[in-house]
Design a protein around this ligand. Structure first.
Ligand SMILES: Cc1ncc(COP(=O)(O)O)c(C=O)c1O
Length: 456
């Protein structure tokens, strides 16, 4: 390696550029300019025949990629429920990436396996879930839902004497899936990937906030999985999971909770009532890359019956050292090889502690309320009960909403997305970035209200 191309100078250069990007993303336009996005085309070329110096690779990436990136990590991106990335999480992620550990087996990567075990125990404690649950560090809530429902599939079939891991679904006894009309699309996708089909579930009606009506659950007969939700992607509303558990668990049904962001409400003494009784369920999915503000990709599945999760996910081979007295990370995840994503989770939980996690979640919810109050005071209709971090606002008809949302995105002060809630078009504001302040909300409100005043 030549001096100019040395590892040290390359990594220092990357750190310098990354720090600059993150500092600038606080004040720059949240959306990149059209010119910057157009310049990404420069990257499209045939496979290079010859080498390019590493410094040039990084320089090109930064020159073209950084200006074209959406400032999702900044404090005024409210487009999706995604959070940002706390500095301690990014820093720990860099270090763990430098370690380059394939976190499959405790025997080989004891440090990262231990960090994951600690992070897992802290989350079980924070969420009030059974301490001996099986836990999987996966890429996101989609895969966390998939993983937990795979464990459910294993257990409810085993209960009727069918080994689904060995025999698959052909010839399997009938199995019923029950979920709410407002279930997140990734649960349907998970059901499709698990061989149940995306369209076969019984859909239970929901109320105006998107909560399942527990009185309308069908009678439970035979193997059954009920998929519930903590935090609706539009309204932030919570299914009555405790009532649902009371209704279906005596008949042997498995209850899964998709808590991609809502499960983090349990971190706050002020908000945990929203999740009261959720601990009675059998499995839970969440995202750390949402409200815990760690970098992508980081989701977590928790399963009360750890053995059913292992039955669905574990793999072994003569060359793998999976026979161990310790917890083997790969016994619980769809992946074999993977990065040590639990390290980022550990770092943020260590940095925040219980107190900091509660404060972060509460601050986001207070800022969501501030948005709702400001919009209502200006005469606009907020379509949801703002119980968490989600605000749905309508400025008028669909055409007005579309124009205002497009203008807000172009203006660059903040970034909000569109949605349709129970037949009505709306703008959706999700507050889950660790760095969003009241001043960011006020600056965003000023921009939103000025644009709306020009349009309606
Ligand atoms: C309730 C719910 N479930 C699942 C998901 C999917 O999460 P991911 O994109 O991390 O896979 C989301 C994403 O916003 C969500 O809000």
């Amino acid at each position: 390696m030549s001096k100019d191309n040395s590892q040290r100078s390359l990594l220092e250069d990357a750190a310098r550029r990354s720090i600059l990007y993150r500092e600038q993303s606080v004040d720059r336009s949240v959306a990149p300019s059209a010119d910057a996005v157009a310049r990404v085309e420069e990257l499209i070329e045939p496979m290079p025949a010859t080498r390019t110096p590493d410094r040039e690779v990084l320089e090109l990436l930064d020159r073209v990629g950084s200006p074209a990136a959406m400032a999702m990590t900044g404090p005024r991106f409210f487009g999706f429920v995604i959070g940002g990335s706390m500095p301690v999480a990014v820093a720990s992620n860099w270090l763990a990436t430098a370690w380059d550990q394939n976190s499959v087996m405790h025997e080989v990567t004891a440090a990262t396996a231990t960090l994951e075990r600690v992070a897992m125990n802290w989350m079980l404690d924070l969420f009030g879930l059974p301490a001996d649950s099986g836990v999987a560090f996966v890429t996101g809530a989609t895969v966390a839902n998939f993983t937990a429902i795979a464990a459910a599939r294993s257990r409810v079939y085993a209960d009727v004497g069918w080994d689904v891991e060995a025999n698959g679904l052909i010839g399997a006894p009938p199995l019923t899936i029950i979920l709410g009309e407002e279930t997140h699309p990734t649960v349907f996708k998970s059901l499709g990937m698990l061989g149940f089909g995306r369209e076969t579930a019984i859909r239970v009606p929901v109320d105006r906030q998107g909560r399942m009506d527990a009185t309308q659950l069908p009678r439970i007969e035979g193997p059954t999985i009920v998929c519930t939700q903590a935090g609706n992607i539009n309204t932030g509303a919570f299914d009555p999971v405790a009532d649902i558990c009371d209704a279906v668990k005596p008949a042997g049904a498995w209850v899964h909770v998709d808590g991609a962001f809502g499960l983090w409400a349990t971190a706050s003494p002020r908000l945990e009532h929203l999740c009261a009784g959720f601990q009675a369920a059998d499995s839970w999915a969440t995202d750390a890359h949402k409200w815990l503000n760690v970098p992508y990709d980081s989701g977590v599945a928790f399963v009360r019956d750890a053995l059913s999760l292992k039955a669905a996910m574990s793999v072994t081979a003569a060359y793998l050292m999976t026979e161990s007295d310790f917890r083997n990370p790969s016994d619980y995840t769809p992946e074999l090889s993977r990065r040590a994503r639990g390290v980022d989770v550990w770092a943020v939980l260590k940095s925040l502690g219980r107190e900091g996690a509660a404060e972060m979640v509460e601050r986001c919810c207070q800022n969501a309320k501030r948005f709702a109050d400001g919009l209502q005071a200006a005469g606009f209709e907020v379509l949801n009960d703002v119980v968490l971090n989600q605000v749905l606002v309508s400025f008028g008809d669909d055409a007005a909403n579309r124009k205002i949302i497009a203008d807000i995105q172009k203006d660059g002060t903040c970034w909000c997305g569109s949605t349709v809630w129970q037949g009505r078009s709306a703008m959706r504001i999700s507050v889950c970035n660790w760095s969003t302040t009241e001043a960011d909300v006020d600056m965003s409100l000023d921009a939103i209200l000025a644009i709306a005043a020009r349009t309606v």
